[in-house]
Every structure is written in structure tokens, then in C-alpha cells.
Design a binder for this molecule. Sequence first.
Ligand SMILES: Cc1cc2nc3c(=O)[nH]c(=O)nc-3n(C[C@H](O)[C@H](O)[C@H](O)COP(=O)(O)O)c2cc1C
Length: 314
Amino acid sequence: MKIYFAPLEGITGYIFRNAYSGIYGHVDKFFTPFISPSEKAPMTSRERRDVSPGNNTGINLVPQILSNSADCFIKAAKELQEMGYKEVNLNLGCPSGTVCAKGKGAGFLPETLALQRFLDDIYVWSEIENMKISVKTRLGYFNPDEFYDLMDIFNGFPLSELIVHPRIRSDFYKGEPRKEYYVYALEHSKCPLVYNGNIFTRKDYDKLSGAFGGSPDTIMLGRGLIADPSLADKLKGFTSETDPGQFSKLHDAVYHGYQEVMSPDINVLYKMRELWSYWQTLSLFDGKERDIKKLMKAKKYAEYEDITYRILQD
Ligand SMILES: Cc1cc2nc3c(=O)[nH]c(=O)nc-3n(C[C@H](O)[C@H](O)[C@H](O)COP(=O)(O)O)c2cc1C
């Protein structure tokens, strides 16, 4: 089984990836949150810093690009190729209003003719350059049945992998993934598939095997792996418990990593709050709900550390 770490904008940047991969060893591939190339520049300095090989040593990383212009996509992919990357990923899933209004992410899915032309152009380039392009998609924009046509379109191109998050745009990240459409993909896809969506526990993973008539070869974990950083190790059978010592190490590595590149205190603490909004569900912190509420309101490092280290050392 292979496990990929999903891209999560604002969370799985290089600080988090380095902290995580230095402590937990069983993720096969990481994806960057999307790079959004414009006519003016293939990427911003913040995006460049996030993908820079110097900031990602020893991490098997695939940069993700969000675009509906083949020209912009190829310019960004070229720059990534010059940095040494051999694969990029196309985002066809982002449900955000501003992204979809521009016809990007999930907003590109209903434009099937334009999508086909776009894929024509980027795959011609990728074949010449020997660069792999994988796709991360939803089932459709308005209706999950759009997926039947999308599958035919994808099958016309040499995708290195197709990552399917079986929801439509209006589902955002809520409700049960529409697993029956992933079964359709398993029956019809010409390229290797990756399943993504709502795997938070071993039980969730085992249920997939039932729905798919066998366990999926490759899965991508997002919120579940943030909430329980040992989830990949648990699914691969390396551990059955969330180790508090390992968790503390991750916390410290992320916290100090942000402190090195951000100021003032509150900006680092905003980042930590977002992580705690996932971590608070860990059974390690049962009974600590009030402390977690307090640390999420902290405005200064001293206050944050006072509460956090008390919780982590308990
Ligand atoms: C805060 C947040 C940010 C995300 N950013 C991205 C992104 O940059 N690119 C992308 O393809 N998906 C993004 N996603 C979607 C995740 O990669 C993933 O598909 C989704 O969370 C479903 O998987 P999960 O149920 O395992 O979390 C984001 C999701 C969340 C919640």
C-alpha cells in the first residue's frame, strides 16, 4: 500500500512537511498546496520558497499547479522541471468560490471542450519533455454523473496518476464521499488511481476495502493525517497507538519552524491554532478540552507555551 499526504493550503507547506517527514517515516509522496501561475509570473516568491529543493531535502514531493491556461501551466511546469522535479500535479478539485469563478480547480470541470484542449497542450509538452503530469479531480461541478464524461476525457491522455476525491464542488469537504463513482473509476481508468476522502481511522480504511472489493493500492490522506499524524504508520501496520513523545516532537518542530520564519507571535500562533483545530480530536487530549480552548486564544508565546507544555507533558 502507498500513502500520499494531500496538499492542504495554509497547512502542509515546507515547514510542516519537513517537521513531519523528519519524525514520521511512512508517507510515500507529498504534494504542495497549489501554485497559481499568472500571465505575469509562473509563481510568487512565497510559492517558489515552498517548492525550492533546498527547503525540501529528502522529501518525495510533487508540486501542484492550479490553472486553466496551458501556457501558464507549462511555464510553471518548466520552472519546476529546472528545479529538478520530474512530475507535477494538476488541480481540478479546488471548490473555493474565487477559484471556481475564474474557471479553475473544480470550476474547470464543466468546460469539457476547453479542458480537453488544455490537456492536449500540456500532455504534448510533457511527452516531449519527459515530465509526468498527474491529475487530482472531483467527480464534477454540478452533478456527479459528469464523471462519466470526465473519465473518457482523462482516458485520452497519458496521466501518470489520477487522484479522485469523489465529491462534487457543492459538497466542499462535507458528507460521505460518493464511493460508487470511485468503483466506476476502478473499472474504467486507464491510468493508476489514488483514492482520497474521509479516511480518519483504520476503520474508515477497512470500510473502503469492502466498498471497492479489495483494499485500494494507493490512498491520499489529508485532514485525517493532520489530526492524527501517526495515521499512515497505523494503516501500514507499524504502530497501533499515537505516541505522545512523537507527537510532542512534531509539535515542537512545527512551532519552532514557524518561529524561524514568521513574526510577531500572533502570526505563528494563528498557524498553531489551525493545527490544534485538528489535533484537539486526538484521544491523547481527552479531558483537556478547556486547556486547548485556552491555548487557542493565546496571543503571546509565553502564554501559549505555558498551557501547551503542561498538556503535552501530562
Ligand atoms: C484547509 C484545506 C486546504 C486544502 N488545500 C488544497 C490544495 O491546495 N490543493 C488540493 O488539491 N486540495 C486541497 N485541499 C483538499 C485536500 O487535499 C483533500 O482533497 C481533502 O481534504 C479531502 O481529503 P481528506 O478527507 O483526507 O481530508 C484542501 C483541503 C483543506 C481542508
